[in-house]
Write a protein that binds this ligand. Sequence first.
Ligand code: HEC
Ligand code: HEC
Length: 285
Amino acid sequence: MRLISARLSAKRRSPLAGLVVLLLGLLLTGGAYAVLAPANAQTDPADQSTIAKGRSLFLVGCASCHGANGEGIVTKNGTQYGPPLAGVGAAAVDFQVGTGRMPMARPGVQAARKKVVYTPDEIEALAAYVASLGPGPAIPERDAYDPSTIPEDERNEAIVRGGQFFETNCTACHNFAASGGALPGGKFAPSLRGVSNRHIYEAMLTGPQQMPVFSDGVLKSSEKRDIIAYLNSIEEAPNYGGATLGSLGPVSEGLFAWIVGIGACVGFAIWIASSSVRSKKGIKA
Ligand code: HEC
Ligand code: HEC
């Protein structure tokens, strides 16, 4: 090191010195990044044959919108057929294809949940291929998302904590009873009932569409699992009386009052009018 700096200072006047320093700096930061880059950003290196299988599936089913190398395709008027996929990670593919959102049938406002087209093996291959395009969140391990790995005597606490996390982070879009809600521009946050634990975790990890990404810096992995425990618990919970009306809150309750309440009044009024003595007299006369 001393040798290098001695030489550098000797040649400092040379116009090349600046360039040499710059190159050295770049080399050092590059090397340091390679050593220090966060390990969890890297998905497990899948074997080449899985990636190759994923690539051939991708070329058939996905490339028409996402490009032959997942680089994304832009339409003439600047909107996307499909966004670039480098760096979205295996978790995003497992979520999008595993919930049937992808392959999207036709471009629209929002890809909807539908019947899953690929087998689990094919989804794994597609995920491995997309993960090979750039580092992104990996498919989570079972004990990250499965609330049954929480010890029995701590489970109720976890559900309570999860409910609080859910209230602060999710109810704005998904409604207090997780039954979903509308968003501007014809988009919507779907109901969270009947979604598998792994897909709930992956949705938080990858933030599909309008949904924010809840990386581990925002919500720790155990906090995400608490939310899943809470969501499972409200799905199992019995209904305490009355019709839920889809648990949509004032909108459906108001609608119910209007249609059923006022409808009953109008119906009653018609009935009185048509069966009263006077109206019968009127008809006879
Ligand atoms: C008809 C066009 C179309 C096809 C076919 C299609 N996609 Fe997509 N894809 C989109 C659009 C548009 C979006 C972004 C909108 C959305 O998420 O609703 C998207 C989003 C995604 C995302 C989420 C990206 C992110 O930022 O999180 C993934 C992952 C993905 N697609 C994977 C696939 C895979 C894998 C296939 C093939 C099995 C596929 N797509 C087929 C149009 C398409
Ligand atoms: C800014 C609004 C917003 C917030 C906040 C939000 N989400 Fe979402 N979420 C969405 C939208 C929009 C979608 C649908 C994305 C799509 O279809 O591509 C979605 C989809 C999901 C899905 C997938 C459901 C399915 O049918 O497959 C899950 C699970 C989910 N969100 C869970 C959560 C959880 C848990 C939180 C809180 C930690 C949260 N969301 C916070 C907007 C939001």
